[in-house]
Write a protein that binds this ligand. Sequence first.
Ligand SMILES: Cc1ncc(C[n+]2csc(CCOP(=O)(O)OP(=O)(O)O)c2C)c(N)n1
Ligand code: SF4
Ligand SMILES: [Mg+2]
Length: 308
Amino acid sequence: MSESQDVFHRMKDLPTEHLLGGGTPMCAGCGGLQAIHEIYDVLGENTVFVNAAGCMTMLANYPYTPFKGSWFYTAMASAPAGAQGVRDALDILVEKKRISKEEDLNVVVLTGDGSANGMGLSSTSGTIERNLDYLYVCYDNEGYGNTGQQTSGGTPHGAKTSTAKGELGFTGYKKDLFSIWASHKPAYLATIIGSEPLDLARKIEKTKHITGPKLVIAFSPCPTGWNYDPKESVKVGKLAVKTGVWPLKEYIDGKVIHTIKHKKRLPVEEYLKTQGRFDHLFYPERNEKILKDIQDRIDKYWETAVFT
Ligand SMILES: Cc1ncc(C[n+]2csc(CCOP(=O)(O)OP(=O)(O)O)c2C)c(N)n1
Ligand code: SF4
Ligand SMILES: [Mg+2]
């Protein structure tokens, strides 16, 4: 059993008073949960979450859910298809005056990066093509967190996961989901993070006034899968932004604009060193090749970034 799986199994054995989410097995310090909390604060209770299998499914403990609106559980591949059905049903109810416009719900897909980058991608593509009016929230913890942090399409280069345990960690590269989604020309697209709540709130507020497919990717520091102390989650998130690992940006009308500019970007090592999943890049000796590759790619990205 990998260290992250081991931690995860130990978390399950904790008494419920140590757990977030009203007794559900969410980990303390979960960056994904922080982002969803903030998003829900802006969207309000008239929201239905269409939630694909993953960590956030643990929020609901039948027959309870912390969401006051509604919650609908789907298989990993089908949350966007589920959202189509829910949106269509709500539209019919409004049209037949079975519910008032005030009772109508925001339809929000909630999935992890595993769903978003992998099995859920084709059904997302379909919803954008059909111009479905909904919001997609992908919380990106860079792995299949709920099943023990296996490598996903969101895993970054060099990270150790429970399926990439060798001395190099994951030898592939994180998919550029933002560009994949942008190529579909959605109504709105943005990256967010819970540790930058004002930037997050401004973007989510904007989605409330735009009709059509709106998609956000929330970078989600994950103490259990990334192997760090839960109390460091906000610090890890802020370092992801300050080192340029997680660019905060928006896509509107074909343009990509960055919403937070750093006076001076910090070296990526300051972020990597906070997490056990990158320990092997520093101990027993530094892997200069991988560290340089990671830094070079970040530098190259920012050479062409456009700001407001
Ligand atoms: C088709 C299918 N394969 C595997 C699983 C088992 N499974 C449940 S949650 C999960 C991980 C999902 O990863 P992600 O979408 O990134 O969400 P996270 O767990 O990280 O929150 C997996 C593999 C499943 N539910 N369905
Ligand atoms: S494994 Fe990570 S993403 Fe999942 S609940 Fe725990 S901290 Fe959150
Ligand atoms: Mg994940």
